[in-house]
Design a binder for this molecule. Structure first.
Ligand code: GLC
Length: 546
């Protein structure tokens, strides 16, 4: 079976479904919703970190890698989840956060207590004075990437929050510990692994100031990254044939991603990359408001699709995850054309070459949070940047930026129905519901003639029914069209054509070739076209196959 026949549903555990009324999603909550997920036709369910954690970064700060966070349940709940998922033909993918651990992890505590062995698990550097930093690198969550630990009189590196200390992959003993962790979960029958910010694990030999940037060029796709991944593969999942792996690759390159995901390199099955989600950043800065650079986005799709395909690399196909705003609010229209734009965006992404990832709530068109006060936010990155932004702008300007860019947009609890707790909880949710909660719920969507959920299901069915969507060569058409994204997929005996109108108005397109025979997907009841000329309705998507 080709890797690309898989598709993954991502669960942000804290916000998915709460079974015990404490306002936080949990494993039993997931079990209760497995039919909803299986009904979509996905092969895997990715759970964001379920391990014990002080939750400074909602579980991406792990304090014990081989146990279950009591907030989410017990190991028995996990075993039951595995069994219930298997019954429904679903495989479980776990999140491996191996670039850093929580500073509450036993290893870090023992490092601070003076144990040399554990100090070598992290990256400590001595400087002449506490206020002098080892380098000028910037943390991805704002502020310096180093914090001083008075216990040992040294600074430790943290590319993320100060409570997320970077691990020293140079140390073979540390690597052994990490392989044992991965093997612990594989032994439990886990069939998928998502490796968090994995292309940041190889730090440079020499730590020096970055006079041209924030330091990332020294540790992104670092010097030994490919050899570490080959070792990880060989020592853990390499001999499990049906284990799907995906690496989260920050600020990476196509050449590296081919290396990461080409089967013969024996590293990972596929990669997440983010260039296509930086198309509404002014000057590369996330914390700005800028319109979508549509032509820029199409150009990126073209480059990544064609070059990865030519090189044998595998893309994860996604718009949304727990770190991104909701795509229907971001690149679509979450009111007037809610159904049309939710479904069009899904096709634009999932019929490209790669493996589709659906993020919880995307399949019912969940919208941004529309928070209006800083008190509604919980995300460490958003709170840090609010402080940074308000140094140079008013609070209301900063709030407008957060409303568009905050990770909490994707983290509001899933709305299952229209009751007070929206079927998510019988208590008070840990994060407020989206302001659009009253209008968008799974129950409402499934009862509607225009169901986003059913359309998602159809997209995944198309991928199963027509091999061209799995193996066909991708080519972009009408690259300069200002509102329509068009591509073909071609194999020896089949052709598919996909037309996506990204505008809230009609778009006219003249095709370079005659349409393939059969219209197989349309999010309207008809379309207007004659010969090569097509007029697409607002956010209309059309897919042909022959
Ligand atoms: C990844 C995760 C994100 C987390 C960060 C640090 O980007 O997706 O949620 O904050 O890594 O672990």
């Amino acid at each position: 079976m080709s890797i690309k026949q898989n598709s993954v549903y991502q669960i942000y555990v804290k916000s998915f479904a709460d079974s015990n009324g404490n306002g936080v999603g949990d494993l039993q909550g997931i079990i209760a919703k497995l039919d909803h997920i299986a009904g979509l036709g996905v092969s895997h369910v990715w759970l964001t970190p379920i391990y014990p954690s002080p939750m400074k970064d909602n579980g991406y700060d792990v304090s014990d890698y081989c146990a279950i966070n009591p907030l989410f349940g017990t190991m028995a709940d996990f075993d039951l989840l595995m069994a219930e998922a298997t019954k429904r033909g679903l495989k479980i993918m776990l999140d491996m956060v191996l670039n850093h651990s929580s500073t509450e992890h036993e290893w870090f505590k023992r490092a601070l207590a003076g144990e040399k062995k554990y100090q070598d698990y992290y990256i400590f550097k001595q400087t002449p004075a506490p206020d002098q930093l080892p380098t000028n690198w910037v943390s991805k969550f704002g502020g310096p990437a180093w914090s001083f630990a008075p216990e040992v009189g040294q600074h430790y590196l943290h590319l993320f929050d100060r409570t997320q200390a970077d691990l020293n992959w140079e140390n073979p003993e540390l690597r052994e510990e990490l392989f044992a962790i991965v093997n612990f979960w594989l032994a439990k029958g886990v069939k998928g692994l998502r490796f968090d910010v994995i292309n940041l694990i190889s730090k440079p030999e020499k730590f020096e100031d970055d006079h041209a940037g924030d330091g990332r060029r020294f540790y992104t796709d670092g010097p030994r990254i490919h050899s570490y991944l080959k070792e990880l593969h060989a020592r853990t999942f390499g001999n499990i044939t049906d284990c799907l792996t995906v690496g989260e690759m920050s600020s990476t390159s196509i050449a590296n991603c081919i290396g990461y995901s080409l089967a013969s390199e024996k590293e990972l099955s596929m990669v997440f990359t983010f260039h296509h989600l930086k198309v509404d950043y002014a000057h590369g800065n996330k914390w700005t408001l800028a319109p979508l650079d549509f032509l820029g986005m199409k150009k990126l799709f073209n480059e990544w699709q064609t070059q990865m395909q030519a090189g044998g690399g595998v893309n994860a196909l996604f718009w949304s995850n727990h770190d991104q705003p909701r795509v229907v609010s971001r690149f679509g229209d979450d009111t007037t054309f809610h159904y049309q734009s939710s479904t069009m965006l899904a096709v634009a992404q999932y019929l490209m070459d790669g493996v589709p990832y659906i993020y919880q709530g995307e399949e019912i068109g969940m919208a941004n949070a529309y928070f209006t006060s800083i008190d509604q936010y919980g995300d460490v990155e958003s709170l840090n940047y609010f402080k940074e932004l308000t140094k140079t702008m008013s609070e209301s300007q900063a709030l407008a930026i957060l409303a568009a860019k905050s990770r909490d947009n994707g983290r509001t609890p899933v709305c299952w129905d229209e009751t007070a707790g929206h079927g998510f909880t019988s208590g008070t949710p840990w994060l407020p519901f989206s302001a659009r909660a009253g209008q968008i719920s799974a129950k409402k969507d499934k009862a509607s003639q225009n169901s986003v959920y059913r359309f998602f299901k159809q997209i995944l069915q198309l991928r199963q029914e027509y091999p061209v969507f799995v193996e066909g060569v991708y080519a972009q058409v009408a690259c300069d069209h200002a509102t329509v994204y068009t591509f073909t997929r071609k194999s020896a005996n089949a052709t598919a054509l996909v037309l996506c109108n990204f505008a809230a108005h009609d778009s006219v397109l003249t095709l370079p070739e005659i349409l393939p025979a059969q219209l197989v997907l349309n999010n309207y009841s008809e379309y207007q076209g004659q010969g090569k000329q097509i007029t697409l309705h607002p956010y209309q998507v059309l897919v042909w196959h022959s």
